[in-house]
Design a protein around this ligand. Structure first.
Ligand SMILES: [Zn+2]
Length: 342
């Protein structure tokens, strides 16, 4: 089935993906889903979330500044409403030490017209007019509070829809990073990214082109790249089957994130991504992980220490492999070699 033009879920041929020139080194990008604290195992709710992890953004920013990395904070509605978050991130933004983009959690973003449930937690499942209204509200709030028009977007829960690309272009976004290659969210009424490319590509819309920079996931293990198909065939029977494949060393899915992926496995994932010639290694995590007790990945103070040690190990490995950081403007410049004519 061919998806309509201007759709992030219709993938271009390999020849149209953004690739490295001969001799060019890949870069890495740190993207942070910057959002409220909520119980990840409870049903979605409009209220009842916390913002206790916001002050920890300052420590996170200091960490990446010391490492000469310019992260992008993909801020959602509750974060944009929080004065402390705007002070911390606004200061770093005006100093050119971070980027700020948009992340949409529809269940906490006005206008509140939809029922709150799992299906509607993916923005792309909402009526087009409501998607557009929420995206516009978020964009305008970022403009008002941070004084910049955001150019980078991530759909919460990777929930892109058929109309997302055109809406983003119309609202002035240049780059989307909502495709999580190698993941299938259909079980919860979300998108299927099993076959998504891992290199960036441009999506043409009536309002201009938007660059997709997928969140990086690779497949390792004895089966190599063939393991990708095996993984998805087996994982249909549940996550335990995927874990068993990993234990056997046959195939393992490696997302470039400190959340649930040990550092030495992430380093293996980096090496695989380099072998595959990815121009941009897109790392991600969620800001509530910056404070113990919010996410499944950081429950204790020791876990938080381990979180930053993870970055120590991974950043050292990237440096050793000659992979330098990049920001969103750099990515857009790099990708302009493949940009479609306006
Ligand atoms: Zn999120």
């Amino acid at each position: 089935m061919v998806a309509p033009a201007g759709n992030f879920q219709s993938y271009p041929p390999a020849s149209e993906l953004v690739a490295l020139n001969a001799g060019e080194r890949p870069r890495f990008w740190v993207t942070i889903d910057t959002e409220e604290d909520f119980d990840w195992s409870a049903p979605f709710a409009r209220s009842g979330f916390g913002l206790d992890s916001v002050p920890a953004l300052a420590i996170c920013q200091q960490y990446f500044e010391r490492a000469a990395v310019k992260p992008i904070y993909l801020v959602d509605w509750p974060i944009v409403q929080d004065d402390r978050a705007v002070a911390i991130l606004g200061d770093a933004l005006s100093g050119g030490r971070c980027d700020v983009g948009a992340q949409l959690h529809p269940w906490v973003t006005p206008p509140h017209e939809e029922d709150v449930n799992e299906r509607n937690s993916y923005t792309g499942n909402l009526p087009a007019a409501l998607q557009h209204a929420k995206m516009t509200a978020l964009r305008d709030a970022i403009v008002a509070r941070f004084g910049i028009a955001p150019t980078v977007y991530r759909a919460g829960r990777y929930g892109l829809g058929e109309d997302s690309a055109a809406m983003l272009a119309e609202l002035g976004f240049r780059c989307d990073t909502s495709v999580r290659s190698g993941f299938d969210y259909r079980g919860g009424h979300g998108p299927d990214y099993r076959a998504a490319p891992r290199k960036p590509w441009w999506v043409k819309t009536a309002y201009g082109a938007v660059l997709e920079v997928p969140v990086t996931t690779v497949f390792g293990g004895l089966l190599g790249e063939a393991g990708r198909g095996v993984y998805h065939a087996i994982a249909r029977n549940g996550m335990h089957a995927g874990a068993a494949l990993a234990r056997l060393g046959l195939v393992e899915r490696i997302a470039l994130t400190p959340e649930g992926i040990p550092a030495e496995r992430a380093c293996r994932g980096i090496d695989i991504a380099l072998d595959q010639g990815l121009p941009v290694l897109n790392f991600s995590f969620h800001s509530p992980s910056l404070q113990p007790g919010n996410t499944p990945y950081v429950r204790t103070a020791d876990d938080l220490d381990a979180f930053y040690r993870w970055w120590d190990v991974v950043l050292a490995h990237l440096a050793a492999r000659g992979v330098e950081p990049i920001d969103s403007a750099g990515i857009l410049t790099l990708a302009s070699r493949k940009a479609p004519p306006a």
